[in-house]
Design a protein around this ligand. Structure first.
Ligand code: PEP
Ligand code: MG
Length: 756
């Protein structure tokens, strides 16, 4: 049974569109359960009606015609209750609805289960039979299991299908919104320009060919070149090639000459797709055929076919010119957008970024934040191949995108966008203003950095210093650990550019979702694994090099602060001080005259929250990393779109933890700042002001707004609000209070879409 289930699920997930996915389900279920009827009703986008989309056993003419509201019939009952309905004689049930043309009079037994993805009903799966008794528990559990497993794929197919160039059904998926996680705040409305990775079939977008004949020629040349390449390898290796490998080469060459690849691709080009898009669909279709084969040897051939497809694609990409023109308001879209692709787009054209893979900590997200480009990462259901040239709305506040927006949604986002533009324009002079409340309390606003390219804009932004320099970023863009001199030069550049303002360099914080290309390891739970200080303490040779480079870089400047990430115990701090002492003594012995650096810890692990007094005694300052602290406190992965709604910075537990940290630091007489994204949120900043945090550190683009909040809200008022907010239990209530405060203070422009 498990095998059959697995096969259906696999077929559904590789189906080319929703129609095919639904066909697979109804046929598969009927075959396995040996029932008379199996049908799927799809929940229409406005969630008020169900439409018969696929059936075996009922009148096929009714497919795409028969509709039921949630209050109609047994299918409506399943949708309404969001639970299975199992009945021995459907026609006797008070909710039974007679539909003359559908042809179900002879079927008595009825079992319907809802198909639900992320709390949203996608449809109803129904089986019916002539027998006059309830379906068995086994039938029911199988359907429930199947529905749960295919729900995600159906939702994905629904999204993709809505974007199809030649839609088979007429269901319009306007305002289709797909969740991801925020990479950089802000909103953008623009046109998708799809970037695809070299030789990755899955990331190829659809595009109209300029001249189909020329496209076919390109494709045929690419095939011939790959064929020749394989012949050459075979020839070169001659007898050294083991017999089974030789067979494989022959099979490859045969596949390249087969009608399946050539004719399929040519036909698709003639139907209006460019060669890479046509090749992608042809290979995918045939890969599916192989994957469905029972014989394991033949099933394996699917991998070979994909390999061949990617070889042809690579050839095509070599001759096909690079994208040159970009739409006026480009939304850069791709499977995995890289920082390099982002800078390929002319700055004046780049409006937003959307990536199917990656997280808020990805290099590209950090770059986008520094540049103020709204970005959504981790949109796993992104129909990349269907998006070229389509209108996209990026909501970097809520971490979601809209495809095919309705007029109303487009208008709303255009309004927000224009307001943001106006606001940025109005806040330009904030760079020259101090971050001081109307009642005279100064809260320095520092900048978060990590890229050399953001040095000049950071300086111009009016930041009071660097509150967090993520040194892992320069490590991430190299192909080996940078040496002492290389690091020293880099750190010196930042320290001297900001001198005499303070610069906080964080020691290497890799692990979790930040990997170095040359230092990779697999873990089941990377966020609970080898991360930050845990790695550097285990590798004193790497840690000492960095500490020495930081100190050397600060020679004569005296503005270096060293910040330790992921600290969870006092022992980690003590051990780090031994290394800092060692590096300092070695350098002093070598004749360098250095001042001992100020050292601080990040409070981002819950255990550190309860150790603030002990940690504060040992260090010079503390800095709260709310990005991690929130994920660990609430047990909500900061990069998982499925639980993004639960990641709430105004959760009462978060506020209590922040209160505890601030009080502990204050009692120990040590300054404490916030350097996570919470410090860039205008609503949250009111509370941080009220809690008496000493400073904030935010990305460049957020500085003017945060200064504006500080300059507009009296400290005494913020204090009152904080005292009120910590008594509240519901984050929505806290948010409403803060939004009202912003509105009353004339900062309504900072109230953004989000949780309400
Ligand atoms: C944090 O965790 O809040 C933080 C500032 O560090 P990072 O986002 O780099 O993990
Ligand atoms: Mg962190």
């Amino acid at each position: 049974m498990l095998d059959i289930l697995r096969r259906i699920v696999q077929d559904v997930s590789t189906a080319k569109d929703l129609n095919e996915a639904l066909e697979v389900i109804v046929n598969g279920v009927q075959e396995v359960l040996k029932v008379d009827v199996c049908s799927v009703y799809q929940a229409l986008p406005d969630h008020s009606e169900l439409l018969l989309r696929a059936t075996v056993g009922l009148n096929p003419e009714c497919v795409d015609h028969t509709r039921l509201s949630y209050s109609e019939g047994l299918v409506g009952l399943v949708a309404e209750r969001a639970e299975p309905v199992n009945i021995d004689d459907a026609s006797q049930h008070p909710r039974y609805k007679y539909i003359s043309e559908i042809g179900e009079e002879t079927y008595h037994a009825f079992l319907g289960v809802p198909i639900i993805h992320q709390r949203k009903l996608q449809g109803v799966l129904v089986v019916q039979d002539r027998i006059n008794e309830k379906f068995t528990e086994e039938h029911l559990t199988l359907l429930v299991t199947l529905a749960a497993q295919v729900a995600g794929a159906i939702s994905h197919a629904n999204a993709t299908n809505g974007m199809n160039v030649t839609p088979k059904n007429q269901i319009s998926s306007v305002d289709l919104n797909l969740p991801g996680v925020s990479g950089s705040p802000g909103v953008a409305v623009g046109t998708a320009a799809v970037m695809f990775q070299q030789s990755r079939l899955d990331s190829v977008p659809d595009r109209m060919p300029t001249l189909p004949e020329a496209e076919i020629e390109l494709f045929e040349n690419a095939v011939n070149e790959v064929k020749q390449e394989l012949e050459d390898i075979k020839e070169r290796l001659g007898d050294r090639l083991p017999p089974e490998e030789r067979l494989l080469f022959d099979a490859y060459i045969l596949m390249l000459s087969s009608d399946t690849i050539i004719d399929g691709t040519t036909k698709r080009i003639m139907q209006g797709n460019w060669a890479p898009g046509a090749l992608r669909d042809t290979i995918k279709e045939n890969v599916r055929v192989f994957e469905e084969m029972a014989d394991p040897y033949l099933r394996e051939r699917a991998v070979d076919l994909r390999d061949i497809g990617e070889r042809i694609l690579l050839r095509l990409q070599e001759v096909q010119e690079h994208r040159t023109g970009f739409p006026q308001r480009t939304i850069l879209v791709g499977e995995e957008i890289t920082a390099t692709q982002l800078v390929e787009v002319p700055a004046e054209a780049l409006a937003g970024v959307v990536s199917a893979k990656g997280t808020g900590s990805s290099h590209v997200a950090i770059l986008a934040r520094a540049m103020g480009i709204p970005t959504v990462m981790g949109v796993s259901d992104l129909p990349v191949e269907r998006m070229e040239g389509r209108e996209v709305i990026v909501d970097g506040y809520q971490g979601k995108i809209y495809l095919q927006p309705s007029d109303a949604i487009r208008k709303e986002y255009m309004r927000l966008f224009e307001e943001e533009q106006e606001l940025s324009e109005n806040l330009k002079d904030m760079a020259d203003q101090d971050a001081i409340t109307p009642d005279g309390v100064t809260i320095p606003v520092y900048v978060n950095g990590g890229l050399i390219s953001d040095l000049a804009p950071s300086l111009e932004s009016g930041a009071d210093g660097v509150g967090l320099y993520r040194t892992e970023i320069p490590f991430m863009i190299r192909d080996r650990f940078p040496g002492e001199q290389e690091q020293q030069l880099l750190y010196r550049q930042i320290l001297s550019a900001f001198s005499p303002r303070p610069v906080t360099l964080r020691t290497l914080d890799v692990g979790g979702d930040k990997a170095l290309p040359y230092f990779q390891f697999e873990e089941d739970n990377p966020f609970l694994g080898w991360r930050g200080i845990r790695i550097t303490l285990d590798h004193p040779e790497i840690f000492l090099t960095q500490l020495r480079a930081m100190m050397l870089g600060s020679e004569g400047l005296d503005n270096l602060n060293i910040l330790l990430p992921m600290v969870g115990s006092v022992a980690e701090v003590d051990e780090t001080f031994q290394l800092i002492d060692q590096a300092y003594e070695e350098l002093s012995d070598d004749g360098f005259r250095l001042s001992y650096p100020r050292v601080g810890v990040m409070v981002e692990v819950p255990s550190a929250v309860y150790l603030v007094p002990q940690l504060a005694r040992r260090v010079d300052f503390l800095s709260v990393g709310t990005n991690d602290l929130i994920q660990y406190l609430l047990a909500v992965d900061r990069n998982n779109a499925r639980v993004a709604d639960l990641y709430d910075m105004l959760h009462p537990s978060v506020l209590r933890a922040l209160e505890l940290i601030q009080k502990g630091a204050r009692e120990a007489g040590k300054p404490v700042s916030i350097c996570g994204e919470m410090a860039a949120d205008p609503e949250a900043v009111i509370l941080l002001l009220g809690m008496d945090y000493d400073s904030l550190s935010v990305s460049i683009a957020a500085i003017p707004r945060i200064k504006w909040v500080i300059r507009s809200i009296e400290h005494a008022r913020a204090r009152d609000l904080y005292l009120k907010a910590v008594e509240m239990e519901d984050p929505a209530e806290i948010r409403a209070l803060l939004q009202k405060t912003l509105l009353d203070a004339g900062l309504g422009g900072l109230v953004r879409p989000g949780k309400s």
